[in-house]
Design a protein around this ligand. Structure first.
Ligand code: FE
Length: 185
């Protein structure tokens, strides 16, 4: 199948072209990580907007070349913000806002010691940089956000999307879904 990338929404082109970098300290690439998260969303029967949010949730890591190993160096680049702000130009809040909240969702879930203990070493390290587990006030603010449920679902897929060598559908397979969700003015 010939691919005409000019018809692809740009964030998907970025994932295709720039996704070769290692996913922070894990045995997979950024592209594999996004693809695995999206595949888990599909398996869960999630709405298209959640699938796309899962696919592109770490877009912020691809926007900055210096993102590789940032947490190792003790830097929080707030990739959730840069990613969501870019996605906002292409898709509605049902895609961009769960992405913006996916780190907050980890901080929310980390109130549960079992969740926290099950995180990968790298994820525990970044959690510290991101402010650690939420307090009660932060948690109730988080719950009031309309994108909270999507962000919590996304977070669980994010945490699981770290399997070495797993075969999952390609970036190209999500192009029609993404094209349907592009904002037209
Ligand atoms: Fe992730």
């Amino acid at each position: 199948m010939t691919q005409d990338y000019r018809n692809w929404p740009r964030p998907l082109v970025l994932l295709k072209d720039r996704g070769d970098g290692r996913y922070d300290g894990e045995p997979i690439t950024q592209r594999e990580h996004g693809l695995q998260a999206a595949a888990l969303a599909v398996q869960a029967g999630a709405p298209d907007s959640w699938v796309l949010a899962a696919l592109l949730h770490d877009l912020g890591h691809l926007l900055s070349r210096s993102a590789q190993d940032a947490t190792r160096r003790g830097i929080d680049l707030q990739h959730e913000r840069s990613g969501a702000n870019t996605l906002k130009h292409w898709f509605g809040p049902e895609v961009s806002e769960p992405v913006r909240l996916h780190v907050e969702a980890k901080r929310y879930l980390a109130r549960d010691p079992e969740y926290k203990a099950a995180l990968s070493a790298e994820s525990q390290r970044s959690l510290k940089l991101q402010g650690g587990a939420m307090n009660a006030e932060e948690a109730s603010q988080f719950e009031a956000n309309p994108a909270a449920q999507a962000a919590l679902a996304l977070r669980k897929w994010d945490d699981e999307a770290k399997v070495e060598g797993l075969k999952v559908p390609s970036v190209a397979s999500y192009v029609p879904l993404a094209q349907r969700l592009v904002i037209r003015d």
